[in-house]
Design a protein around this ligand. Structure first.
Ligand code: ARG
Length: 497
């Protein structure tokens, strides 16, 4: 065993993540490396853990990501033990100083992570004891790694959720700025990806805003259930020491305390809920991505995004590929996959903690990293979309987008809607035959389909008229979209308050 060498399986790792001792390429037959004494639970064992098994069952390669939260939790736990007179003031002061030193070593990248010590919790505790001596062994009084790990995940995920919510709100604010500039920028609204009715680009962007707003609310709601404290549940049944969980909860900023020790150490529904909210959010980002990708094609030519979000082709010089939206569309798949992983991981697990739960971390980390990266890209990219107003207008003109407006016009003049529908269908057929828009047909041509049509019909066949007519809450009329933006700003301010 070489305590200072890094893991040969991972040449890219930095100093802080290097894991020493056993590695996964040690075969089960090679029992050379691990000594019983080094393991923190070695007391009842008569032989050392097989070095392959030690590496296979270890989580330190990934859960060292919790180091800061683990130490924060330990400091709070030790403080509570002191307040409850379970440990002496002097011992706790020594323990806390030692823990701070461990954290400093980790943050400086000077910590030797050992796979023999299995996970972040035992690595930290073992180093604490190296530094402060035997008193370090008292820290684990009234606690278990089962409540410790559940606490660490929640502290870490709470922080990541806050980052993600902040990114989402930044993105939402960017969308409001974009929508505000384009309440008069007309584009085709689609159903079945066929031109349906004119809308403004601003109205379309506000649809994106609403999708993201529900995502923000979902994450804020999930955060309340993430922010409950398992600590004090110990291994599964609680502890025989006279602990006071309200002290630790307050020190760690938890909103509440998990009410049942068996549940607290075992369920990961809060992580599943986060991943479910993340999946819905990624689904939304993938839909926005898809639209941007379509719109950037020569066939649509609706928008441009800044070059920094695109790449070229090594063979086709004309290409500007929308790599960022394409990749985000693809990354949604990973997050959905991690949701399935976590649900499947929890399915059928009996109470209370099972080692299966160690498998909760990597899917959750991947989900958080994927989501954070996608939001970072979107928060910068989306507000910088530039619509090609002329192409959008031209496309709207091509699709008989004001046909419904003509039907509504006839209805206001006493024609039954079904009859009006028929009249307009005939007018559209003529337009297609002549290769012109409804607004380009002559009054006489239009009147040949219905004598309810008057000269004022052309006011309703213009794109501007069509937009302005949808003048109610949630409609695409420019003044309505401006009001929607103003209300949205208030809603976002309220979330941040
Ligand atoms: N590394 C473990 C995990 O990630 C910590 C808890 C282990 N508890 C136990 N009794 N083996 O879940």
């Amino acid at each position: 065993m070489n305590a200072t060498s890094s893991n040969p399986n991972n040449p890219k790792q930095d100093k802080s993540s290097a894991v020493s001792d056993s590695s996964m390429n040690t075969s089960p037959a090679d029992k050379s490396s691990t000594s019983v004494g080094q393991q923190m639970w070695g007391g009842r064992f008569s032989e050392a853990t097989d070095s392959f098994v030690a590496a296979f069952t270890a989580s330190v390669g990934f859960d060292q990501r919790f180091a800061r939260h683990d130490i924060e939790g330990s400091i709070a736990h030790a403080t509570m033990l002191k307040e409850c007179q379970i440990l002496s003031e002097e011992d706790v002061a020594t323990i806390i100083d030692g823990l701070k030193q461990v954290l400093a070593e980790i943050e400086a990248g000077e910590f030797n992570w050992s796979v023999t010590l299995e996970d972040v919790h035992m690595n930290v505790e073992s180093r604490l004891t190296d530094i402060v001596g035997a008193v370090g062994k008292k820290l684990h009084t009234g606690r278990s790694r089962n409540d410790q790990v559940a606490t660490d995940i929640r502290l870490w995920l709470r922080e990541e959720t806050d980052n993600i919510i902040a990114l989402l709100i930044r993105l939402q604010r960017g969308l409001l700025g974009l929508a505000e500039q384009h309440t008069d920028t007309i584009m085709p609204g689609f159903t079945h990806l066929q031109t349906a009715q004119p809308v403004s680009f601003g109205h379309h962007v506000m649809a994106w805003f609403e999708m993201l707003h529900r995502d923000t609310e979902r994450l804020i709601d999930a955060r309340r259930r993430i922010n409950q404290m398992p600590l004090g549940s110990a291994a599964l049944a609680g502890t025989t020491f006279p602990i006071d969980r309200t002290i630790t909860a307050e020190l760690l900023g938890f909103e509440g305390i998990c009410q049942n020790s068996l549940d607290a150490v075992s369920d990961r529904d809060f992580a599943i809920e986060f991943t479910a909210a993340a999946s819905i959010l990624m689904m939304h980002l993938s839909r926005m991505s898809e639209e941007i990708i379509l719109w950037m094609s020569a066939q649509f030519n609706f928008v441009q995004i800044p070059d920094r979000f695109c790449t070229g082709s090594s063979i086709m010089p004309q290409k500007k590929n929308p790599d960022v939206p394409e990749l985000v569309r693809g990354k949604a798949a990973r997050v959905f996959g991690q949701l399935t992983t976590l649900l499947t991981l929890m399915k059928n697990q009996p109470l209370a903690y099972n080692k299966d739960n160690q498998e909760d971390k990597e899917p959750l980390f991947d989900c958080v990293d994927t989501l954070t990266g996608s939001l970072l890209a979107f928060a910068d990219m989306l507000p910088n979309i530039v619509p090609n107003k002329d192409s959008m207008r031209e496309a709207t003109m091509k699709g008989y987008a004001t046909a419904t407006d003509l039907a509504d016009y006839l209805v206001r003049r006493g024609v039954a809607f079904r009859d009006a529908h028929e009249v307009v269908g005939n007018a559209v057929a003529l337009g297609i035959k002549e290769g012109v828009d409804l607004s380009d047909l002559s009054l006489a041509q239009l009147q040949s389909f219905s004598d309810a049509i008057g000269e004022d019909v052309f006011d309703y066949l213009t794109l501007e008229g069509s937009l302005a007519a949808r003048d109610h809450l949630g409609g695409t009329a420019p003044n309505q979209v401006l009001q929607a933006v103003a209300r949205a700003r208030t809603r976002i301010d309220a979330l941040e308050a």
